[in-house]
Design a protein around this ligand. Structure first.
Ligand code: UDP
Ligand code: MG
Length: 321
């Protein structure tokens, strides 16, 4: 049986680009079907992320024109990550594989061939990785690359230069559905699921039409979500800093007392300095410790599965008989 593929495509105010790229997606799907790699039951699933323009109408019209186009609509704009998640969750019970891709034609659609091949070779997750960033401005390239470096330093495992162009099998998505957190950062979360994965490389082009919806402000928000949703390292840094300041304060106290004894200081100077140093140090340590606890509670409230079984030496059904 050939696998059923669902392309999951988030769309937010994309009326300029969607009429152009929809054909590219359909052609790719038909090509994969013709090559005998995927089933003809495969679909292109558009997720309208509360667009304010004609995007949803375009999607509705497309679905009438060709059975391969289908769409879901979010009640309001929830952002790119939530739109992709909604599409993946919708698709997971209907297909064998999903490929999430932006609808602006920036990601090379032909890379899907390699992704599907990797899936057929046994990989459950295939990350689309940009081999070059020539088409980005130096500012975008610099901020994006610093973003990946910062994320990795902060303990979040992300595939370098991989955005949200990836193939994920339905099997992985069913496990992923157990990650119940609300603060989502998909590219950092999929590596946590495990399973056999690999990367395929492609060159990122410029947007075919329309404008980017990721200005610096949104990129910073995404970076912050990425770090805080995957790591408690920032809290540890505060604890470390608190300890450092305390040691420093202690030295400061000794110094203030000695200065008071051996030189003529203004009355009250030494005691004030001691208090400021001491209280500052204690406060930072306390904040760090409280933060450590909050960090633990934070990780707990996510209710992530504690382990995921990927293989068994027996067949569950036979075992249950
Ligand atoms: N997008 C979305 N909701 C949003 C913002 C963006 O669904 O609130 C979609 C958008 O339609 C596109 C993808 O996310 O398909 C990536 O957005 P964009 O191309 O604007 O980002 P960039 O490629 O510039 O980082
Ligand atoms: Mg884009």
């Amino acid at each position: 049986m050939l696998p059923v593929l669902y392309m999951v495509i988030p769309c937010y105010n994309e009326q300029e680009v969607l009429p152009i790229t929809c054909d590219l997606f359909l052609n790719e799907l038909k090509k994969l079907v013709a090559n005998g790699k995927i089933s003809n039951k495969s679909r292109i699933l558009f997720v309208n992320d509360g667009s304010k323009d004609y995007t949803w109408k375009i999607i509705c019209d497309l679905s009438k024109k060709d059975e391969h186009y289908i769409g879901i609509c979010q009640s309001r704009n929830r952002g790119h990550q939530n739109a992709v998640l909604a599409g993946l969750m919708e698709a997971k019970d209907k297909c064998d594989i999903t490929i999430s891709i932006d609808c602006d034609g920036q990601d090379d659609i032909n890379a899907m061939d390699d992704m599907v091949d990797e899936y057929l070779n046994g990989c459950e997750i295939v990350y689309g990785v940009r081999s070059k960033r020539d088409t980005d401005t130096w500012f975008k390239r610099w901020t994006a690359e610093s973003f990946y470096k910062l994320l990795n330093k902060m303990g979040a495992e992300v595939v370098f230069n991989h955005a949200d162009y990836r193939l994920v099998s339905a099997r992985v998505l069913k496990e992923f559905a157990n990650f119940e957190e609300v603060n989502i950062f998909l590219r950092g979360m999929f590596p946590l699921v495990g399973f056999k994965s690999t990367s395929v490389y492609y060159e990122r082009a410029e947007r075919i039409a329309g404008e980017s919806h990721y200005p610096l402000k949104k990129m910073l928000a995404l970076a912050f979500d990425g770090i805080t949703s995957l790591s408690v390292k920032p809290i540890r840094i505060i604890t470390g800093f608190g300890s450092f300041v305390s040691v420093f304060s202690f030295i400061g106290i000794i110094w203030a007392i000695l200065t008071h004894i051996f030189t003529n200081t203004v009355p009250g100077w030494a005691s004030t300095t001691c208090i400021v140093c001491f209280v500052g140090g204690i406060q930072l340590i306390s904040l760090g410790i409280i933060g450590e606890y909050i960090g633990k509670i934070y990780m707990e409230t996510k209710k992530r599965p504690r382990y995921i079984i990927s293989e068994k030496t027996f067949d569950d059904e036979q075992e249950n008989k």
